[in-house]
Write a protein that binds this ligand. Structure first.
Ligand code: F6R
Length: 612
């Protein structure tokens, strides 16, 4: 949720911190701040709203000289409204210690009242401020010691960056259930909650584990176990992403760039993993043998938001191809519904970030019940990717638009390949069928590219409907989750109310909403449910609805049944969500642009939801 950065070295710390915060702003953007040390004095600048307000603040209140050490934060409010007082960094009463925090301190009320009774004055409503006061209370010329003592009193989750004016050459950082990465430089070092903030400076990274505390100077990184103070060795990993991928490349918004990247990201995700001519799939990461795959009795797929929608599609894939009973759960519900789990069950978690708190909790819950676990993630080195038994990465590169697009199609690509591979190994799919389905997938990038060559007509449709208050999205079978995803995209970036429904459910209630003012987007590509969806279109039309159909180019009839048609290339029905979702992403995008919305950073949202 919130983003953290820290720098120690020879560069101008403020520049590095602002640059890092820019890359992290997508994680939260209701306030931002930095703290630096100059001449053994702590200087803090904080502003409400986007990062540009902090930059203005710094222009008006510049620092006297460049700082060489500092920490920064971009906030997504949990405890305390967005305000300057609640913005990070926070300090103790003597302004000795500066601290940035991502996570939630669950026992902060109790800790705060104890500190207040002892005369401490709180300046903010946040849970974080207690940490600054506690560190100060325990400080006895040894920051590491004071932080260790403080951490032993905290309940909840944290990724922390801490500086202290008495020890002006070091940053302390610690993690428990919130991501934190150290960027390893030459004569300089960095911390960040996310790879993106570090990419402009280094690709050498250390992914801290829960229970790690690190003391970082320009030349040295020492990682210890919070509890026993023993030195811990953590591998330095080289990250493949490069800084260019995190730039807009001439597109007006990251979301648009990411929609247009999909032909490439889908191909990158399947390249080296499928061989259609030979009917071969090679997923190196999953070391399950044929006999183990045959032993899987059930699959549970768990995720949130857009990733949940890709999970819903994959239920069709796993059940249809592998015949393994498959259930899909919203991650925040999973562990509270007492699912029946055992070692023959595979729990698949799907997460772009690999850090979503509820999905991570579901993964840990599954592990505690001895299930086999597999994570499908985009962010390399993320917590889920490290904690799951197996991880398969989507090779989408950084997704920066808060509304997820290319991650969805990347996830579908992996799940499709996996279902086909296991079906073949379980002997529920013949070799020639495997070849046919792999070929269908192979052709998807070209088909999406073809569709993306002319998108102006989607913009024309957007112009006709951008003023509407409500939208319905309908689909059936594998395209029902796509309808849900289309509605989610519209809601989150345009703030227009939208509902996704299984088309067959309309007459059981939602059809009461339909009148002349209601646009209905219907996914009506050729499939075994095509005739049924046409009947659903007729039912809605008879009640005055305006129909926007997503249909195949070869469908000559559809234009007589609907008011507007978005034509997409034909593909096999099981692969079709990879293609039908693209016009829905674009429609939401164009409508939001027409309404002047903040596309890449819609209100109230954060890219990575690391609190429950
Ligand atoms: C919607 C969106 C969110 C995420 C959800 C899960 O566009 O981005 O709904 O899909 O927060 O995030 P990950 O996939 O990172 O677990």
């Amino acid at each position: 949720m919130c983003g953290i950065v820290g720098y120690v070295g020879k560069k101008d710390a403020v520049e590095v911190l602002l640059e890092g915060l820019k890359k992290l702003e997508y994680r939260g953007y209701d306030s931002a701040g930095i703290a630096v040390i100059i001449d053994k004095e702590l200087h803090i600048r904080r502003s409400v709203g986007k990062l540009c307000n902090l930059e203005e603040n710094l222009a008006k209140n510049p620092l006297s000289i460049s700082a060489r050490i500092g920490i920064g934060h971009t906030r997504w409010a949990t405890h305390g409204r967005p305000s300057e007082e609640n913005a990070h960094p926070h300090t103790d009463s003597t302004k000795n210690i500066g601290i940035v925090h991502n996570g939630i301190i669950e026992n902060y009320v109790e800790l705060r009242s104890k500190l207040e009774k002892n005369g401490k004055n709180f300046k903010s409503e946040t849970d974080t401020e207690v940490i600054a006061h506690l560190i100060k209370k325990h400080y006895n010329n040894n920051l590491l010691n004071a932080v260790q003592k403080t951490l032993s009193e905290l309940g909840g989750s944290y990724a922390l960056g801490i500086i202290c004016m008495n020890e002006p050459d070091k940053i302390l950082c610690a993690r428990h259930n919130a991501p934190l990465i150290i960027g390893v430089g030459k004569g300089e070092n960095f911390i960040a909650s996310d790879i993106l903030a570090l990419l402009p400076y280094t690709r050498e990274m250390i992914f801290l584990e829960n229970g790690d505390i690190a003391e970082i100077t320009a030349d040295k990184i020492v990682i210890k176990d919070i509890k026993d103070n023993n030195i811990t060795t953590r591998e330095i990993k080289s990250v493949r992403w490069d800084a260019m991928q995190a730039k807009k490349d001439g597109y007006k918004h990251f979301m648009l760039k990411e929609i247009f990247e999909q032909p490439r990201t889908i191909e990158d995700t399947f390249r080296g993993r499928i061989y259609p001519d030979e009917g071969k799939v090679h997923i190196e990461e999953v070391k399950l043998k044929e006999k183990d795959i045959k032993k899987i009795s059930n699959i549970y797929i768990v995720a949130c938001g857009t990733s949940y929608h890709s999970a819903l599609v994959s239920k069709f894939l796993f059940e249809n191809f592998t015949r393994i009973p498959t259930e899909v759960d919203i991650a925040s519900e999973f562990r509270y519904r007492a699912p029946i789990l055992n070692e023959n069950i595979l729990v698949v978690v799907i997460s772009q970030s690999g850090e979503t708190a509820d999905t991570l909790a579901a993964l840990r819950f599954a592990k505690s019940r001895n299930c086999q676990t597999l994570a499908v993630c985009n962010v390399v080195g993320s917590t889920m990717s490290r904690e799951a038994m197996y991880v398969i990465y989507t090779y989408c590169g950084p997704e920066i638009g808060v509304a997820s697009t290319k991650a969805f199609t990347g996830q579908l690509t992996i799940l499709y390949i996996l279902a086909l591979d296991w079906a073949y190994k379980r002997e529920t799919l013949a070799k020639n069928e495997l070849k046919t389905y792999l070929k269908e997938l192979w052709e998807v990038p070209v088909k999406i590219s073809k569709f993306l060559k002319n998108t102006e007509f989607v913009n024309d449709i957007a112009k006709l409907f951008a003023h509407k208050r409500d939208f319905l999205y309908l689909g059936r079978h594998v395209n029902h989750p796509v309808a849900l995803e289309g509605a989610l995209k519209l809601k989150e970036i345009s703030y227009i109310h939208a509902e996704g429904y299984a088309a067959g459910e309309m007459k059981h209630g939602p059809i009461a909403l339909v009148d002349e003012s209601m646009p209905i987007v219907v996914i009506a590509v050729k499939s075994k449910v095509y005739e049924k969806i046409i009947s659903n279109i007729e039912e809605a039309k008879a009640r005055g609805a305006t129909i926007i159909a997503v249909a195949n180019e070869s469908d000559k009839e559809i234009k007589h049944k609907s008011d507007h048609v978005i034509y997409v290339p034909k593909t096999d029905e099981f692969v079709s969500p990879l293609i039908t979702v693209v016009p829905l992403q674009l429609l939401a995008y164009y409508i939001a642009v027409l309404l002047g919305r903040d596309i890449d950073q819609p209100r109230n949202l954060a890219k990575s939801v690391t609190v429950e």
